[in-house]
Design a protein around this ligand. Structure first.
Ligand SMILES: Nc1ncnc2c1ncn2[C@@H]1O[C@H](COP(=O)(O)OP(=O)(O)OP(=O)(O)O)[C@@H](O)[C@H]1O
Length: 223
């Protein structure tokens, strides 16, 4: 079972600039792949495509040959879970942390990620770093085969980052979960990932646009 993007193109709206331009990428079970690139390059968009949150305009994203999506009839969550960069936005503000986690799945919640004192608080009552840890715990509770981890420790200090990654890596290695770790922090990726891919290296050459879109409208990293 491999998470696979094959010649994936994506743009927001029918006439927007291409944000993802012919990207191909594979994540194997148990592998941690780093995705590095400047702010605004399109890393989160590609992460969302790999998690099935949005569909490619062209190309395919598959897990074991089928697009990643939940199987609602069988009650199975999406095999590719997405831990969102903007953790607060990914939580229902009316739900306590306990409810957010219970909805994801049953199982032990690592206290190092979510201390018991946080469980009965609501999203607006926890910090950005705490919200990121709740989101990581939630993604793990869903029992994923793959995890897209989008800047999951950006709101944490260095010690907090190290703790979350140590715990996460131990769990994903034990369960054979493949991870796409997205960050603009290259030194962090060099430590946590088995290999690091530069977003720019996933970009098709100018002139390869499927419908002749002018290359100068393509986004290749805005900073
Ligand atoms: N929903 C949207 N509608 C229109 N454009 C969008 C949308 N989401 C993102 N974009 C644009 O797509 C481009 C890529 O955004 P994306 O969030 O994927 O980049 P990123 O590399 O993850 O950036 P960062 O590191 O700053 O999070 C940006 O120019 C952004 O403005």
């Amino acid at each position: 079972m491999t998470l696979l993007a094959e010649d994936v193109w994506f743009r927001y709206g029918r006439r927007g600039p291409w944000v993802v331009r012919g990207a191909s990428l594979a994540v194997a079970p148990g592998e941690v792949v780093g995705l590095h690139g400047p702010s605004g390059a399109g890393k989160s968009t590609l992460g969302g495509l790999l998690a099935g949150l949005v569909a490619p305009s062209r190309g395919r994203v598959t897990v074991d040959g089928v697009p990643p999506r939940p199987d609602r009839r069988a009650g199975r969550p999406n095999p590719v879970q997405f831990a969102h960069q903007h953790a607060h936005l990914a939580m229902d503000p009316r739900w306590s942390v306990r409810e957010v986690l219970a909805e994801a799945g049953a199982g032990e919640v690592p206290a190092e990620l979510v201390p018991a004192a946080l469980l009965d608080r609501f999203p607006h009552e926890i910090s950005g770093g705490e919200a990121q840890r709740v989101n990581v715990a939630r993604a793990l509770l869903a029992g994923p085969r793959f995890l897209v981890a989008d800047e999951i420790t950006a709101s944490l200090d260095a010690i907090g980052q190290a703790r979350v990654w140590r715990l996460l890596l131990a769990r994903v290695r034990a369960r054979g979960i493949g991870v796409l770790a997205i960050s603009h922090d290259r030194p962090l990726l060099d430590v946590v990932a088995d290999r690091v891919v530069a977003f720019a290296d996933l970009t098709a050459p100018a002139g390869a646009e499927p419908d002749g879109t002018s290359p100068d409208r393509a986004i290749t990293g805005s900073w």
